[in-house]
Design a protein around this ligand. Structure first.
Ligand code: PLP
Length: 407
């Protein structure tokens, strides 16, 4: 796989070289956390031409059907229903599962997980996370269960998974539905079994920023025949035949062009994962030993898509804060992101209760996601790591300088 030519960059040796203090930006172009990985253009163009020839643009056409089959084969899940995006997929499966009242969900997630519940007029009840994995802490779930609780939505983050066994135990013990938002975990495994096979159902995202994209797109996967039938009805307005409607539904269909993009990218998926794996390894090597900077570990015993390179910045050690480091990198055209900040419980629509979630708040103040994927070269990574090293090793001086400029 070609990773493109190295982009022009300017190495930084002293802090006055940094753009924020008047130097030139390290990169001429912006580097993103997740720029779309794009497979074989020729194959995509052939598929698009076939779609245009057939004039079958949507309504569960042959490419959507093939995309669903490929996902079933890849995950070993009995049913896959391709959806226009993961947010609508979550909403559909929430309704199809009959969730109501309160649903327990981590606050440390992309806001779509909470929005999908609220949009269906359910109450998200925010749970704290395990600081090691950043996923919902099973030990904190049971105290949140009330007579109104009907389910748990856990989020498999960063190309890794939750403590699924414990979550399944808790859900079974309390008669709760268990759904996984696996937007980050396509192609990953838990205890040797592919993500997609757990709980009542799981949802994948194939948004352009995900390592495997269909431009916009998502999927609901489940081993439950009845649930799959209900989801299929709901994603197509509840139609059972030309003019028969069985239930309230919506329009959650994936288009043929999206499926063509998804299928084309699936053919290069192993390459995308390998690029991500190598990038992550390089970041780990080049940032090793840097005090106050920790790269979230990957579990090498499981399959991962290595989709995100997530740092934790311990400001007490680095002196320069996570936000200052991010600001410096942005000036260099490195668009590192503080995924996720703040936790959902601190966002305007959900912050009324003044809830405190200690680990969520601590982690969301420390995380910084770095650019990876096929648009990034090893040369870019060395430059980024060199700058992080320069900033952190001069943390005190740099932080004082920045604060003086601000005052
Ligand atoms: C954890 C999580 N859940 C849900 C979504 C929503 O996915 P989509 O953009 O496909 O609607 C995202 C997207 O970034 C996500 O990261």
């Amino acid at each position: 796989m070609s990773q493109g030519q190295p982009k022009p960059h300017r190495p930084k040796n002293v802090i006055s070289d940094l753009q924020i203090f008047g130097g030139h930006p390290a990169f001429a172009e912006q580097l993103h956390v997740g720029r779309p990985n794009i497979g074989n253009r020729q194959r995509f163009a052939e598929r698009v031409n076939a779609i245009l020839d057939s004039k079958w643009l949507t309504n569960n056409g042959p490419y959507v059907d093939e995309f669903e089959q490929r996902i079933q084969e890849l995950t070993g899940v009995k049913h896959c229903i391709a959806i226009c995006n993961a947010t609508i997929a979550l909403e559909i499966v929430i309704r199809a599962l009959g969730l109501e009242g309160e649903v327990i969900v981590p606050s440390f997630t992309f806001v779509a997980t909470a929005h999908a519940l609220q949009w269906q007029e359910l109450t998200p009840v925010f749970c704290d996370i395990d600081p090691q994995t950043h996923t919902i802490d099973p030990n904190k779930i049971e105290s949140l269960i009330t007579p109104r609780t009907t389910g748990i939505i856990a989020v498999n983050l960063w190309g890794s998974s939750c403590n699924i066994a414990r979550l399944e135990e808790i859900a079974a013990k309390h008669g709760l539905k268990l759904l996984f938002d696996s937007a980050h975990a396509f192609g990953c495994s838990y205890q040797g079994r592919m993500i997609g096979n757990f709980g009542n159902a799981e949802v994948f995202s194939f948004h352009a920023t995900k390592f495997l994209n269909s431009s916009e797109g998502g999927a609901i996967v489940t081993n439950d025949d009845d649930l799959a039938r209900a989801v299929r009805l709901m994603q197509n307005f509840g139609f059972t035949s030309y003019d028969q409607i069985a239930c309230v539904g919506t329009n959650g269909k994936m288009t043929e062009i999206s499926a063509a993009m998804g299928l084309t990218n699936l053919e290069s998926m192993a390459d995308f994962i390998e690029v991500n794996r190598r990038h992550r390894k390089q970041y780990a090597e080049e940032l090793a030993g840097l005090s106050g900077v920790t790269l979230l570990p990957a579990n090498e015993e499981e399959k991962s898509n290595y989709q995100y390179v997530v740092l934790e910045i311990d400001g007490a050690t680095t002196v320069v804060t996570r936000d200052e480091l991010m600001q410096i990198l942005h000036h260099e055209n490195v668009l590192a992101r503080r995924y996720f900040y703040p936790g959902c419980h601190r966002m305007k629509p959900y912050s009324l209760s003044q809830l405190t979630l200690v680990e969520t708040e601590r982690v969301s103040d420390r995380v910084l996601s770095l650019p990876t994927g096929t648009s990034i070269t090893p040369y870019d990574i060395s430059t980024i790591c060199g700058m992080i090293r320069l900033v952190v090793t001069n943390g005190r001086e740099l932080s004082e300088k920045l604060r003086a400029e601000r005052s």
